[in-house]
Design a protein around this ligand. Structure first.
Ligand code: GDP
Length: 627
């Protein structure tokens, strides 16, 4: 089956109507990738097939050939879940033979035998109680958005007006919460608490992106080592083990690639997470997978990021390979921008391979700079740093290599991360957390992880899960392995929950304040920017809706209007089709209910991407929520 659409981009003043500091690039059109021939209109069966295949690929990536997926899809009447089960049940048969070639072939090791059998379980990691997780949700039995607030919830309502401090101090301004520890709930000022926490250092969620083998894991592993986050003994152990395995150059990457199969395969498959501190920030680091098989996992990481480090390989030919069609440099940069990341540090890595040549550094900056501008990054928010992840130059401290210092006197990577502007957190808004993982813990209850997008939470709180529109109690809150009484917007936390069955919670489910719940719908209107697609988008076009940690099959239900790219004025009502570069209002219908917010209310929960047969075809923002 041909992948008829390739990603290219036409970014205009897409988001400019919504916010000044989040503006996409100028009116420049650029075809980045080759376009394969259009395949014409899609009959209904193809529509169902593509939707089913797309769904399967979000779990399996490209690890299983199209022919196998197609067969399973047809056999199971295009029911993605059944088809997925069928494929996974037979995985032992084909997974050994059919892992996509070229994964890190030049690097680490070619001994993939062991890994292949392990790849599928790892990629389909999102499991709940041993049951394979489908992304999106099952249809809730109520189908209604009405929320019943129980008497206990009412009793545990937070004070809505500024209240007096426990010591009878002056009334506090700003949002307050009451501590659950101790018998009497004590109201505290969340903003003041946040300032006190971590020595006043704001939290920054950072994702590391870039083409496979650009050196992401080595760079960040080495940085963590230099910062003292990995002790000498452990590093020595990694060095010995990697040497023994014939992969000595990967010792630093092993700091991040924790699992055996990642080491064997030589690529980072999941989004690993760890923490380090700079002078002024506490940084949660997410090392995103670089191979295109793992793009859905990467989206999960990027959806939670405030800022990004894009790693590119400066070696001749390698930068070009990562930057060309099929390379991950462009798609990753576009994805993080679409997901709301505005500040970017570009580590021009492996500079040791090109003798620290200024010309090569400049050449890469000019090629990348042009693209990043079109992708919607402001020039003043992109910072280029020459690095070597292997030798450690310019990572934690400025380099002393004379070949570099003769022309570069800018910041080290760590200094740049420290200089990123801390994002504004919506602590004043009602509580929202989008689930990125669900797992069973020892003891009662279960755990979910995710980033708090808005508001705050404390132990003992009742929170509402949407779907399934049920409440549960927060028994514990963990941030960076530390148990806390409360956590607030921006924190990437793990919550221990009781009073609900784990099977009801899926990745992408949103926990919210029962008093002000998020809306759940299967139909919504959005303003979309169409990327460079070959097949025009018509009514009924099948897509995969990606937002936050959710990936849900959907269709374009209606084409409402085409808008002027910069003024937003309606150019045409009820267009027959949408083609590349257009700005339009469409109505989207999801297969199952999804929790969404209007972009104007919650940027993070109102922004999404549409994918089709493995390529990103549009970015959009929610403008109206239907039923
Ligand atoms: P990732 O796939 O982007 O995480 O890349 P890795 O960190 O796994 O690195 C891929 C390969 O590049 C490994 O062999 C590394 O040792 C090598 N490498 C990483 N950084 C550098 C660097 O700065 N200089 C050189 N010469 N090699 C590097």
């Amino acid at each position: 089956m041909s992948k008829g659409i390739h990603l290219s981009v036409v970014f205009f003043f897409f988001f400019s109507d919504f916010e000044d500091d989040d503006m996409y690039g100028q009116s420049v059109e650029d075809d980045y990738c080759c376009i394969s021939p259009a395949t014409g209109w899609l009959p209904l069966m193809h529509t169902k097939l593509y939707s089913c295949l797309d769904h399967m690929r979000t779990v399996l990536g490209d690890a299983v050939p199209d022919s196998v997926l197609t067969q399973a899809a047809i056999k199971c009447g295009f029911d993605p879940q059944r088809a997925l089960d069928a494929v996974l049940c037979e995985k032992q048969d084909f997974s050994l033979k059919n892992i996509s070639p070229g994964v890190s072939t030049k690097s680490r090791d070619a001994s993939h035998n062991k890994l292949d059998s392990e790849v599928l379980p790892k990629v389909a990691r999102m499991t709940v109680s041993g049951k394979k997780q489908t992304m999106g949700f099952d249809v809730p039995s109520t189908g209604e958005n009405g929320v019943v607030v129980t008497a206990t919830e009412a009793a545990s309502k937070r004070p809505e007006t500024p209240s007096k401090g426990s010591n009878g101090d002056e009334p506090m301004t700003g949002p307050t919460l009451s501590r659950s520890s101790g018998k009497a709930r004590q109201a505290i000022n969340i903003k003041a608490e946040l300032e006190k926490r971590q020595g006043g250092k704001p939290l920054l969620n950072l994702v590391v992106i870039g083409h496979v083998d650009a050196g992401k894991s080595t760079l960040m592993g080495h940085l963590l080592y230099l910062l003292g986050n990995v002790n000498k003994r452990t590093m020595h152990k990694y060095e010995q083990e990697s040497k023994k395995a014939g992969k000595a150059s990967f010792a630093y990457a092993w700091v991040l690639d924790e699992t055996g199969e990642e080491r064997d395969r030589g690529v980072t498959m999941d989004v690993g997470m760890t923490k380090f501190e700079t002078n002024s920030k506490v940084v949660t680091l997410m090392d995103a997978p670089g191979h295109k098989d793992f793009i859905p996992n990467m989206i999960t990481g990027a959806a939670q990021a405030d800022v990004a480090v894009l790693v590119v390989d400066a070696s001749r030919g390698e930068f070009e390979a990562g930057f060309e069609a099929g390379g991950q440099t462009r798609e990753h940069a576009l994805l993080v921008r679409s997901l709301g990341v505005t500040q970017l540090a570009v580590a021009v890595n492996k500079m040791d391979q090109v003798n620290w040549q200024q010309e090569r550094f400049q050449e890469i900056i000019s090629k990348l700079g042009h693209f990043l501008k079109q992708a919607g990054f402001k020039e003043s928010d992109v910072f280029y740093i020459p690095t070597s992840g292997l030798s450690g130059e310019n990572l934690a401290t400025r380099s002393s290599v004379s070949q570099l210092t003769s022309w570069y006197s800018g910041p080290s990577l760590l200094e740049q991360i420290d200089a990123f502007k801390a994002p504004q957190r919506s602590v004043d808004k009602p509580f929202r957390l989008c689930v990125s993982d669900v797992f069973k813990d020892q003891g009662s209850g279960f755990c979910v992880t995710g980033k708090i997008e808005a508001g705050y939470i404390q132990t003992g709180d009742k929170i509402l899960a949407m779907p399934p529109n049920e409440t549960c109690t927060v028994k514990g809150i963990t941030l960076h392995d530390e148990a806390l009484d409360w956590a607030a917007a921006g924190d990437h936390v793990s919550l221990t929950l009781t009073g609900m069955d784990i099977i009801k919670i899926n990745m992408g489910c949103v926990f919210c304040d029962p008093k002000e719940p998020i809306r759940v719908c299967t139909r919504f209107r959005a303003r979309v920017l169409i990327f460079n697609i070959e097949i025009p988008i018509t009514q009924g076009f099948p897509v995969l809706l990606h937002y936050q940690t959710v990936s849900e099959p959907a269709t374009i239900r209606k084409l409402i209007s085409v808008l002027h790219k910069s003024s937003g004025e309606v150019l045409k009502k009820k267009p027959k089709c949408l083609s590349k570069g257009m700005n339009a209002i469409v109505e989207i219908q999801t297969q199952r209910p999804v929790s969404l917010e209007l972009y104007k209310d919650y940027k993070e929960l109102g922004r999404f991407m549409l994918r089709y047969v493995g390529s990103t075809i549009a970015a959009g923002v929610v403008t109206e929520i239907k039923e």
